[in-house]
Design a protein around this ligand. Sequence first.
Ligand code: KMH
Ligand code: ZN
Length: 400
Amino acid sequence: MKATLRIRLSSHDAHYGGGLVDGARMLGLFGDVATELLVRLDGDEGLFRAYDEVEFLAPVHAGDFIEITGEFTAIGRTSRRMRFEARKVATPRADISDSAAEVLAEPIVVCRASGTCVTPADKQRLPTLPPLVITAAICGAEVFRDATPYIPYTPEELAAEAVRCFDAGARVVHLHMREPDGRPSQRADLFDETSRRIRAERPELILQYSTGGAVGMGVPERADALKLGPDMCSLTMGSVNFGEDVFLNTEPLIRDIAARARAFGVVPELEIFDAGHVDTALRLARRGIINLPAHFDFVLGVPGGMSGSNDRLEFLVGLLPEGSSWSVAGVGRFELPLARLAVGMGGHVRVGLEDNLFVDKGVLAKGSYELVERVVAMATAFGRPIATPAQARQGLRLKP
Ligand code: KMH
Ligand code: ZN
């Protein structure tokens, strides 16, 4: 969760020669941002207890526009740690004329700080966010060994990776299959062997089979493994350009897969690549083709679909009917920033090599489990618990 404030400093704020604004003014603004964060989290303004670090990095003058941001870095039972930054974003240009001003090409950081606020337990009025369900999308259909040596192919490799992800905190595994040479596959015998191996080691892990498969596959191939009765399946709510290709999901195709899922008692997760896909889901629900409330997964950042900017996710979440649950799967560089946003918004998160190969810029993840670990660390810093397997089933409306 992040709060932002923009303010123009006036001659009333300036106390010194040259129109200089004192540093305490920045701390006052950090206090305002902290208050907004606490009101959003707790429904209470809380109390500022202490700063542990304050750095003044550049002067601020009357007439400067300052943007102040704050975010939580850790949330305890009553303590809320935050970090703040103040940036100068626009400034007067008295050297040009008495009314000239400009937006800075690069904002100048003028002050940074971190500190702790407290909201007493009896003042915390808002419900806590639900335990976080992390889905690991461990191989997909588009990533091959030329891009990363860590992508699993065989049932044995897929199961071992699924176990590592569960142990790291994932509660759902989104599964595609591969032929021994790595070609994407939806063969039921491969799903069966992989599922048996996973269930033998981590029976609590929720198994979600892809029905998207790979671009160009037809329904019989994409959906054949549903006859094995996994806990869940993916079900995409419309077609979308997919890089140079089209990921085709006509309405008859969606109806066909939805009917098969229903017949085998498989709960669909509704995959949303674009805003119209939410509208399609609502329309199909009115016609009884899918059930609501449902779990929606926003796949953001596919070239051809909706981008992975924060405002896209916030907009999509606002479209969901009451009682829905949702997760976000950010593609590529969007994966971890969107995961962080979802943790703060009360949604759930999908990560894994299907969507993103890197744990840091230029650093390959050694497996999807490393990305799961990152999300667990974010949630822990935010004070959001990781769902137990039973809580994950409850949150996703699955049979216990
Ligand atoms: N491989 C993509 C074309 C899903 O699993 O349901 C589709 C996909 C979605 O991965
Ligand atoms: Zn997939």
